[in-house]
Design a protein around this ligand. Structure first.
Ligand code: FES
Length: 91
């Protein structure tokens, strides 16, 4: 998996491991709070690849159509690239 904005942030996830858990395991600063799809803090944009996302969750139909995913309830089905929100204060 590659994380846009973090050039050295490619990492692998093991079967059954969420994108959030895999990223945190290698030190990528992925934001999270509830870890169960309720709060939306872990939103990211899926740029490439396929994921399985647990339902139900807090995403709106518009967010889903825009490729937004929740890393805390997503499992990679293929090689994926995600884009993280810019940290507050950055443009
Ligand atoms: S951490 Fe709350 S939805 Fe992912």
């Amino acid at each position: 998996m590659r994380v846009d904005g973090y050039p050295a942030a490619g990492y692998g996830v093991t079967p059954g491991e969420t994108l959030l858990d895999g990223g945190r395991a290698v030190g990528i600063p992925l934001l999270f709070s509830c870890t169960r799809g309720d709060c939306g803090v872990c939103r990211a944009r899926l740029l490439e690849g396929e994921v399985t996302m647990l339902e139900p969750n807090c995403l709106t139909p518009e967010e889903r159509a825009a490729g937004i995913i929740l890393t805390c309830v997503c499992y990679a089905r293929t090689h994926v690239t995600i884009e993280l929100p810019k940290p507050k204060g950055q443009r």
